[in-house]
Design a protein around this ligand. Structure first.
Ligand SMILES: Nc1ncnc2c1ncn2[C@@H]1O[C@H](COP(=O)(O)OP(=O)(O)OP(=O)(O)O)[C@@H](O)[C@H]1O
Ligand SMILES: [Mg+2]
Length: 322
């Protein structure tokens, strides 16, 4: 790079990072590529380099990709001088750090979301406890009972959230799964017994004998329980669990006859901390489907959503049949 900021020679990597071909880069300046908000970032450093006061520096910047989107780069600048020590030009070594930045942002948001989600049950717990401590003597018995029930409910909510967070963090670090042969018919009926349907719901299980999959039963149970709890909460009056073998795969589906996933929300349903506009009064933190997606991947399978005709949701999990 010349001392006035023109590209003098560029390699293929820089073309790949920025999306420009060599010719277009050579007719542009560093400034042309830099996000206007970041132009002034290293003005002082650049001046010091030109003046020969500084030999090198590193700076993180946003460049604009030829396609128009923003990319994050780490720029390491070092000065080349002639024999008398006069500055000739600078060498820029540019690394694309967009992926790292994306992860950092995601992590920051994740922690922020988790903290917010935890704060709401804890606020209630602290408030109700304080009320009980101060005035339980003057409180009517039914109000005391209501308060205790609220404490129980909110603690359970906080506990659930923490369990979900722990599951996610374990999954993120590459969960150890112990894959074994799982016979679906008996596995599904055992799971359904362990998490009975709410009274007003009709649960049907259509899992024929003879289908077995390669899975970790504990993890598969988590998948099923999460999908069932969603179907109970957001579905209609009947829920069906079905399994089919299609060539070398087994496809387990959890179906309901509710309103289905709102179309606009559908692309985001598997993201962490996202909840649809259809949640109504149901509490939850929007982690269930994110966990299901990661669990399915850890089991070597996948999960996806299909709307049902005329209405309802169908979540399908593909696993390896054996
Ligand atoms: N069977 C379903 N029918 C309609 N909408 C659903 C169904 N399952 C999930 N959703 C929508 O997808 C959203 C995300 O589901 P997810 O299980 O990730 O979170 P949650 O149930 O809101 O909270 P959590 O599972 O953490 O308690 C829900 O908030 C809901 O809007
Ligand atoms: Mg859920």
């Amino acid at each position: 790079v010349s001392l006035d900021g023109r590209w003098l020679r560029v390699n293929r990597s820089l073309c790949e990072i920025t999306g420009y071909d060599q010719e277009s880069l050579l007719s542009r300046t560093v400034r042309d590529l830099t996000n206007p908000d970041d132009v002034d970032n290293d003005k002082e450093l650049a001046r010091a380099i030109r003046a020969g006061e500084l030999r090198s520096y590193h700076v993180e910047k946003r460049y604009r990709h030829a396609a128009g989107h923003e990319i994050f780069v780490l720029v390491s600048v070092s000065l080349v001088q002639d024999e008398q020590g006069r500055p000739l030009h600078a060498i820029f070594q540019i690394t694309d750090i967009s992926e790292r930045k994306r992860l950092e942002t995601f992590k920051g948001q994740f922690i922020n979301n988790a903290a917010h989600e935890l704060r709401s049950p804890l606020t209630t717990i602290a408030g109700v406890t304080a009320l009980l401590v101060d005035s339980r003597e003057s409180m009517p018995q039914d109000q005391i009972e209501q308060s205790l029930a609220a404490l129980a409910r909110q603690s359970e909510r906080a506990r659930e959230l923490i369990n979900n967070l722990l599951d996610l963090s374990q999954l993120e670090r590459g969960l150890k799964v112990s894959l074994q042969k799982v016979r679906l018919a008996s596995f599904v009926s055992k799971t359904l017994e362990a998490v009975p349907a709410p009274e007003e719901k009709v649960l049907t299980s259509l899992v024929p004998e003879g289908i077995s999959v390669l899975a970790d039963p504990l993890r598969l149970e988590q998948v099923l329980v999460n999908l069932l709890s969603n179907a109970y909460r957001y579905g209609g009056s009947s829920v069906t669990v079905e399994a089919k073998q299609v060539e070398k795969s087994a496809i387990i589906s959890v179906q309901d006859d509710g309103a289905g996933i709102p179309e606009l929300f559908a692309p985001r349903m598997f993201e962490e901390f996202t909840r649809g506009p259809n949640v109504g009064k149901n509490t939850g933190s929007g982690l269930g489907l994110a966990i299901v997606r990661q669990l399915a991947a850890a089991l070597g399978g996948e999960v996806w959503y299909e709307p049902r005709v005329p209405c309802g949701s169908s979540f399908k999990v593909r696993l390896q049949a054996i």
